[in-house]
Design a binder for this molecule. Structure first.
Ligand code: FES
Ligand code: FES
Length: 216
């Protein structure tokens, strides 16, 4: 049994304990880590501006997908690797090809939705989905833009050459992260925190269910 959650963000290891484990991933990224590239608009899973990639252990490997970070809580993410818009590129790149495609297609005006669209497109590349007009309309359906219009964003997606664009997860040492997760994923986790009810302070211990960590 351990008293901390283990989460990697852009390849960096974090141990999270106590009531910090009950905050949303978007709050953790923005407030605790200062990664404000992840935007929050609706805070209820409807607009996609907070999209990040999340890699979880499945069949002894890390599999990534896009999620809305405003409705994922840290206790749901034990033994996960989060990739944010800041962690999308490797050091050799100035911007990621998806970001460049958005620039070239004029897919951004105010820019508030843009990191979410970029991450949703990166998620489609990550899962190996073929980028067609239909698949893009489907894949980006959870991302809202109020000022640019969707045509330019679809054009950005259609301009991407999937054969040459590296998956974002390839920027990170999957072996090292996976080995760390495989060691930890079998342990139950508890978070202990103080709570106040009617002026009385008490300590609560919550077992963070392992159902979110189906693995191996
Ligand atoms: S802020 Fe997360 S979906 Fe809108
Ligand atoms: S660019 Fe302004 S909301 Fe999409």
């Amino acid at each position: 049994m351990r008293d901390y959650l283990l989460i990697y963000v852009n390849g960096r290891r974090y141990k999270i304990s106590g009531k910090r484990g009950f905050q949303s991933l978007s709050d953790f990224l923005r407030n605790d880590l200062g990664k404000v590239g992840t935007k929050v608009v609706c805070a209820e899973g409807d607009c996609g501006s907070c999209t990040v990639l999340i890699g979880r252990v499945r069949d002894s490997q890390l599999l990534y997908e896009g999620i809305d970070s405003c409705i994922q809580y840290l206790y749901q993410l034990d033994c996960s690797h989060v990739i944010t818009v800041e962690g999308l590129k490797d050091e050799a790149q100035i911007i990621h090809p998806v970001q460049k495609a958005m620039v070239d297609a004029a897919g951004s005006q105010c820019g508030y939705c843009t990191p979410g669209f970029v991450m949703a497109l990166a998620a489609m590349i990550e899962t190996g989905e073929t980028l067609t007009r239909n698949s893009l309309q489907e894949g980006l359906t959870g991302n809202l833009c109020r000022c640019t219009g969707y045509e330019q964003i679809i054009d950005a997606g259609l301009s991407l050459n999937q054969e040459v664009i590296p998956k974002a997860s390839k920027c990170y040492d999957a072996k090292l992260i996976l080995a760390d997760f495989m060691e930890h994923v079998v342990q139950p986790v508890y978070c202990e925190y103080e709570k106040k009810w009617n002026g009385v302070v008490s300590t609560s211990t919550v077992l963070c269910a392992c159902v979110f960590r189906r693995s191996s």
